[in-house]
Design a protein around this ligand. Structure first.
Ligand SMILES: Cc1cc2nc3c(=O)[nH]c(=O)nc-3n(C[C@H](O)[C@H](O)[C@H](O)COP(=O)(O)O)c2cc1C
Ligand SMILES: C=C(O[C@@H]1CC(C(=O)O)=C[C@@H](OP(=O)(O)O)[C@H]1O)C(=O)O
Length: 352
């Protein structure tokens, strides 16, 4: 048993820490013959890497991926796909204070409680840096999904309490974040600057849509598709809530409003978010995830040290002001990994 592996048929195992020599992963269960090269993975990694401009960590990582196995002449071979990404800009000395104090809102206290030993340098295994491996694995899953006509897109719909409202953020999902939309992005930029200048951080909401998902993925009980998607997304640091379809709003609707009428030509609406009874309906799968503010804030905070004594803490090092936009490709990757796994499971169970 290992908490380092995700998935049952299409499986991703990750390794590495934020301040070790590097990170990487192994994808098992990917079918042979899928077109794949380093550029396919790199394209996704470039959307996640540090140094994306305003509000993102100044840690300078090129996040160059190297495929080590499982790909020959641009196609997957059906065997384990190994990949690695080096760490280049740890500067661990800036993190000395964290050896003896616990950061409020981060994983320091709980990691120590669990293992009794902790790599305090940049959060070690608990750092968001580990998500570089999820994005690489998700790109491989995405390549498989593409062969089946399934496309996953993720984009920001709220940042620092400012909603995109009727602005179509999905249409701009492939543009660089700060060029995505002229109506709402300047408001977000202003908010990030104000919060940064106050030595604080903020969060937001990301929407993920999967188009082309066939009906029939998921199980009627424990392994419901919505349960597996929520598990996948809640497994990303800083994610505090996941909604499918009408989500929390469903609690305020009448049955007659929330039900999606079924017409001869198909569903008339999609409050279900493409999933009923844990099984995909064949409609677009609609998901939203809430992203909390970055815990490492520059403002002084009260915490305790490893001896239980109260301390005032000003956090140094290089941190994001907001996990958005870098978390967006991570959430896309987790949905790709889940759908690839559920698709391969479904192939084993399908009605002939
Ligand atoms: C892409 C990404 C970037 C992040 N950047 C930072 C950061 O710079 N500083 C920080 O303290 N937390 C950052 N976080 C959030 C922490 O990793 C996360 O809050 C922490 O692991 C505790 O987990 P929890 O928030 O799920 O409880 C980031 C998370 C992700 C996914
Ligand atoms: C380096 C990355 O982001 C890091 C995520 C992170 C955290 O605590 O989650 C803290 C910061 O780095 P460090 O681990 O050195 O403190 C961020 O820079 C990355 O995503 O590649």
């Amino acid at each position: 048993m290992s908490g380092n592996t995700f998935g049952r048929v299409f499986r991703l195992t990750t390794f590495g820490e934020s301040h070790g020599p590097g990170l990487g992963g192994v994808v098992d269960g990917c079918p042979a013959g899928i077109a794949l090269d380093e550029d396919v993975i790199q394209h996704e990694l470039d959307r996640r890497k540090p140094g994306q401009g305003l509000g993102t960590t100044s840690r300078s990582e090129s996040d160059r991926v190297r495929i080590l196995s499982g790909v020959y002449q641009g196609r997957t071979t059906g065997t384990s796909i190994g990949f690695s990404i080096p760490n280049e800009d740890q500067r661990s000395r800036d993190y000395g204070r964290l050896e003896t104090v616990y950061r409020p809102g981060h994983a320091d206290f709980t990691y120590q409680a669990k293992y009794g030993i902790r790599d305090h340098r940049g959060g070690g295994r608990s750092s968001g840096r580990e998500t570089v491996c999820r994005v690489a694995g998700g790109a491989i899953a995405g390549a498989l999904l593409a062969t089946m006509g399934i496309a996953v897109t993720a984009y920001t719909v709220e940042l620092g309490g400012i909603a995109a409202g009727s602005v179509d953020m999905e249409a701009a999902a492939n543009r660089p974040f700060f060029a995505a939309n002229r109506d709402v992005v300047p408001l977000w930029e202003e908010r990030i600057k104000a919060v940064r200048d106050a030595s604080d951080t903020l969060g937001g909401v990301v929407e993920i849509v999967a188009r082309g998902v066939p009906a029939g993925l998921g199980e009627p009980v424990l392994d419901k598709l919505d349960a597996r998607l929520a598990f996948a997304l809640m497994g990303v640091g800083a994610i505090k809530g996941v909604e499918i379809g009408s989500g929390f709003q469903a609690a305020r609707m009448l049955g007659s409003e929330n039900n999606d009428p079924i017409l001869a030509q198909g569903f008339a609406s999609n409050n279900a978010g493409g999933i009923l009874g844990g099984i995909s309906t064949g409609q677009t799968v609609l998901i939203r995830a809430s992203v909390k503010p970055i815990p490492s804030i520059a403002k002084p905070q009260t915490t305790i040290d490893t001896q239980g004594r109260e301390q005032e803490l000003r956090i140094g090092g290089r941190h994001d002001i907001c996990a958005i936009p870098r978390i967006v490709p991570v959430l896309k990757a987790m949905v790709c990994l889940t759908l690839a796994d559920m698709l391969l499971l479904q192939r084993m169970q399908q009605h002939p």
